[in-house]
Design a protein around this ligand. Structure first.
Ligand code: PEP
Ligand code: CO
Length: 451
């Protein structure tokens, strides 16, 4: 396959500058691990990636909405059936709120089952007198601030693969095996959420959904025959940052002969690695999964058009998602020229708002945090920019957890800076807790009704 005049293969990214790759102590070890991973079964199938692309084509056309959310980075240590179930519950709750509130299908994509690697602003961190490598996520090194823990270890890619496989297995069981059945809509509300204002609002909505189901039944519709009521499609995604891992999981589809990165249904390119001549753009130009690109405040309209041409030259709807993260105070100034350029070039993209990554502040006690109101302000600015340019505000991309953490401040519980230490659990960026996430869903549903 030809990409930008060169022959593409899963390893041809090596001829391009690859940012944010670890400094592996042993290249032989990396090659041995890559060989083992390449021999293992794929985690997803090409046909699934195509089905997601079709679902995203509906989002691009303004007929559906995308909810993409999960941890900033998954942990090898917080790995249990309960943790996976709680993440799924909050996703199902938010999707129910959005679907019911905006009467539109919601495409659900987790940052899950492979979100193990982080880009870093600096490759090293100073601890006392010592300079040690930065933490890059559990698929690369450990988070403890010692030289030993921070040494990149290629075997972690194998552990990441196995954890992704086990996570995906349970997710498939939950989403297809009854847990996501719409008749369970009350069950997804957790105890610590149920007593809050958004929890009560959710209970009322769940009761309305139940009434609607009973109404359909009373009309003679046999609900047992409607699979959409009993199962959900929940897709996986992660930042395709660690190219050794992505290359190893890239396989040729036997049906079409096309290459797919079978580590997840969707992969995205981060803000720090989206250089048009870089290895990440080259690699993802050649695989046929739906792909995303993060766009920060420095992205110009020309940069974005170039990415569209490289990643989706045939203008296939659903293939390309642009995830904008401009900052609450700049989104309304920076986004419209980009929306206009892409619209005029007739690129059928999915537009998604990441209101998290350009709105990080440091608390007085030195914690990284985000304010609920700033997150909402970026989402509102995103909707306003799309309204002005007559483009479809296709979705939101969030960092959240189903747990009762104290990482983002504000929200209806008015979480204050002084409470951040109580349950600050994230390995990387601060996440919305379950109550704050539900609150965001209700507010986004209102914004969608106003489009
Ligand atoms: C992320 O999504 O966790 C991330 C690092 O985002 P960005 O590339 O937009 O900074
Ligand atoms: Co993050």
């Amino acid at each position: 396959m030809a990409v930008a005049g060169t022959t593409w293969s899963p390893s041809s990214w090596r001829a391009h500058p690859a940012g944010q790759q670890p400094d592996w102590p042993s290249q032989e070890r990396v090659e041995a691990v890559r060989g083992r991973l390449a021999a293992m079964p794929p985690l997803v199938f090409a046909g699934e990636a195509r089905a997601l692309r079709d679902a995203l084509a509906d989002v691009a056309a303004g007929r559906a909405f995308l909810l993409q959310a999960g941890d900033c980075v998954e942990s090898f240590d917080v790995f249990s059936a309960i943790a996976i179930r709680e993440k799924l519950k909050i996703m199902l709750q938010m999707a129910a709120v959005l679907t019911f509130g905006a009467t539109l299908p919601v495409v659900k994509i987790g940052r899950i089952a492979g979100q193990f690697v982080k880009p870093r602003t600096s490759p090293v961190e100073r601890i006392g007198d010592e300079e040690i490598p930065s933490f890059r996520g559990h698929m690369v090194n450990g988070e403890a601030p010692t030289l030993e823990a921070r040494r990149p270890d290629a075997d972690r890619m194998l552990q990441g693969y196995h954890q992704a496989a086990a996570t995906l297995n349970l997710v498939r069981a939950f989403t297809k095996g009854g847990f996501a059945d719409l008749t369970q809509v009350h069950m997804w509300n957790q105890e610590f959420v149920a007593s809050s204002p958004e929890g009560r609002r959710y209970e009322a909505l769940a009761s309305e959904i139940e009434r609607a189901l009973r109404f359909m039944q009373a009309c003679g519709i046999d609900l047992r025959d409607e699979p959409q009521l009993h199962q959900v499609d929940y897709w996986t995604s992660h930042e395709g940052l660690l190219l050794e891992y992505e290359e190893a999981l890239t396989r040729r589809d036997s049906l079409t002969g096309d290459w797919y990165d079978c580590s997840a249904h969707m992969l995205w390119i981060g803000e720090r690695t989206r250089q048009p001549d870089g290895a990440h753009v080259h690699f993802f130009a050649g695989v046929h999964n739906p792909v995303g690109v993060k766009l920060g405040p420095n992205a110009s309209a020309e940069d974005v058009l170039e990415l569209c041409e490289q990643l989706n030259p045939h203008r296939i709807p659903g293939r390309l998602t642009l995830i904008t993260r401009m900052g609450a105070d700049r989104v309304f100034e920076l986004l419209p020229p980009i929306l206009r350029a892409v619209r005029e070039a007739e690129h059928p993209v999915v537009w998604v708002c990441d209101p998290m990554h350009a709105n990080v502040v440091t608390s007085a006690s030195g914690r990284k945090t985000r304010h609920f109101d700033t997150i909402m302000a970026e989402i509102e600015g995103f909707f306003a920019a799309h309204r002005q340019e007559r483009t479809w505000p296709g979705g939101v991309h969030l960092e959240f957890t189903g747990d009762d953490v104290t990482e983002c401040i504000g929200g209806s519980e008015a979480l204050g800076e002084e409470q951040l230490d109580a349950r600050y659990m994230t390995l990387c960026d601060p996440r919305l807790n379950a109550r704050q996430s539900l609150d965001v869903a209700f507010r986004v549903a209102e914004l969608m009704r106003s489009v």
